[in-house]
Design a protein around this ligand. Sequence first.
Ligand SMILES: O=c1ccn([C@H]2C[C@H](O)[C@@H](COP(=O)(O)OP(=O)(O)OP(=O)(O)O)O2)c(=O)[nH]1
Length: 160
Amino acid sequence: MDWLTLFEMQEQLDKRIQSEHNLTGNQFDERLLALLVELGELANETRCFKFWSTKGPSAQVTILEEYVDGVHFLLSLGLSLDYRKNAFVEGDYYLTATDAFLDVYNKTNVFAISRTEQSYEVLIGAYLALGATLGFTQEMIFKAYVAKNEANHVRQDNGY
Ligand SMILES: O=c1ccn([C@H]2C[C@H](O)[C@@H](COP(=O)(O)OP(=O)(O)OP(=O)(O)O)O2)c(=O)[nH]1
């Protein structure tokens, strides 16, 4: 995965949103909360934890769209701390999607408190392993990110 391209695209989008919404500062806390919300939305689409229901998950394309919203906020958080890297190591394989979500939530909180580059890399690694658990290759993730980044620009064009 070409991470430097992803960071570059995210930086352009974030700068544009900051300028169009007259924002100062780096919105670290808001981006963090947005990531946690996106994780919840993603888990809801997978329905992996809904042992009380027989209804199946959303289509893979819908789940992938939610997944790349999280990639946006992860990149944004890295940029706000100047943690830009060209490679990340995928974390260990998870047995279930529920295990994966709980671990990503924990690693998000560790990162939120420590804000170290190491905790950021561990979090990205866990998010990639979550993606693999959900059946996404890095190529699928990259393509879906590029498409949603473009959609986010179109939204700004239309005064979102
Ligand atoms: O500074 C920012 C702010 C937002 N985004 C992106 C991330 C994500 O891809 C999208 C926000 O998520 P979503 O598409 O779910 O937007 P929403 O406003 O929550 O949508 P809805 O009201 O339809 O749920 O905007 C950024 O990349 N940078």
